[in-house]
Ligand binder design. Structure first.
Ligand code: C2E
Ligand code: CA
Ligand code: CA
Ligand code: CA
Length: 275
């Protein structure tokens, strides 16, 4: 309903109040959730396109809420970023992800999402180094996923941090490629190991010719400058066949597995097929 001029102000205010109260409530609930260990990591398989063997997994947060069931990250990470709670949450994610991966085959990696807010904290490098040393996971088995916003703000100091991570042997992936402003020139300017093609593009393959052309040329150009490519959101064999023939290195999506508790991961393809 459209507010009239007289009431418009009050209605606007009430809406803001409701929003602010909801945010405060979620913030309080999140603090409780951290204390009660309700935030858990799921892992989604990544597979090598050539062999369909599992090459690693991406860690994805879930909130096991006692009353509301499983809450997806889109509903609480933006608030955790606003309130700064993403800092302790992100630290736990790093520790748990590294610890989980120590039990996986030695040729697999774990990918961890980093929020731009974690970059602002000043403690991120030490947090990552500690997660590795406490778990004993070799640095080359950790990949961090960042979005271009990390490079738009305080580019110089974040670039320095990224370089230091890479010097340790950690690989750095540019997440959600294609959804923002990041262009292929980014890949030359910033030292990425991996490019993750956003699921929007994958899911529109076979529907839109322009998506097919964009995806194929991104894969070819990234490969040409030595950057590994990962496609996310691979849901069908048709998508997979297209990506594979375009030269994609790795795929991630419901076709190969949804995000799952670590106990359900199957690294052996035969075991996965019969599971
Ligand atoms: P993202 O990093 O782009 O993660 C990929 C998202 O795509 C995940 O959603 C995953 O479940 C979903 N996905 C994977 N394969 C498919 C598919 O075949 N089809 C469809 N429709 N979706 C697929 P999820 O788990 O809900 O996570 C959403 C976002 O929340 C992530 O997007 C990431 O930005 C953020 N996030 C999750 N965990 C963390 C975390 O530990 N730290 C931070 N900072 N952000 C996180
Ligand atoms: Ca990601
Ligand atoms: Ca992504
Ligand atoms: Ca995303």
């Amino acid at each position: 309903a459209k507010a009239d001029g007289r009431n418009g102000f009050a209605i606007f205010d009430a809406g803001m109040l409701v929003q602010a109260t909801a945010r405060q409530q979620i913030d309080a609930e999140l603090r409780r959730a951290i204390a009660e260990d309700e935030l858990v990591l799921y892992f989604q398989p990544q597979i090598a396109a050539q062999t369909r063997r599992m090459s690693g997994a991406e860690a994805l947060l879930r909130w096991h809420h006692p009353g509301r069931g499983i809450i997806p990250p889109s509903e609480f990470i933006p608030i955790a970023e606003e309130t700064g709670l993403i800092i302790p949450i992100g630290e736990r994610v790093l520790r748990c992800a590294c610890a989980a991966a120590t039990g996986w085959p030695a040729d697999t990696k774990v990918a961890v999402n980093l929020s731009p807010v974690q970059f602002r904290s000043g403690a991120l490098f030490d947090t990552i180094v500690r997660a590795l040393s406490e778990s004993g996971l070799p640095p080359h088995r950790l990949e961090v996923e960042i979005t271009e916003s990390v490079l738009l703000e305080s580019a110089a100091s974040n670039l320095d941090l990224i370089k230091r991570l890479r010097e340790l042997g950690i690989s750095v992936a540019l997440d959600d490629f294609g959804t923002g402003y990041a262009s292929l020139s980014y890949l030359m300017k910033f030292p990425f190991d991996t490019l993750k093609i956003d699921k929007y593009f994958t899911m529109n393959l076979m529907k839109r010719k322009d998506c097919e052309a964009i995806v194929a040329s991104v894969i070819a150009l990234a490969g040409g400058i030595g950057i590994t490519t990962v496609a996310e959101g691979v849901e069908t064999e048709e998508h997979f066949a297209f990506l594979k023939s375009a030269g994609i290195d790795y795929c991630q999506g419901y076709l190969f597995g949804r995000p799952m508790p670590p106990s359900e991961l199957r690294f052996d393809p035969a075991a996965r097929a019969s599971a």
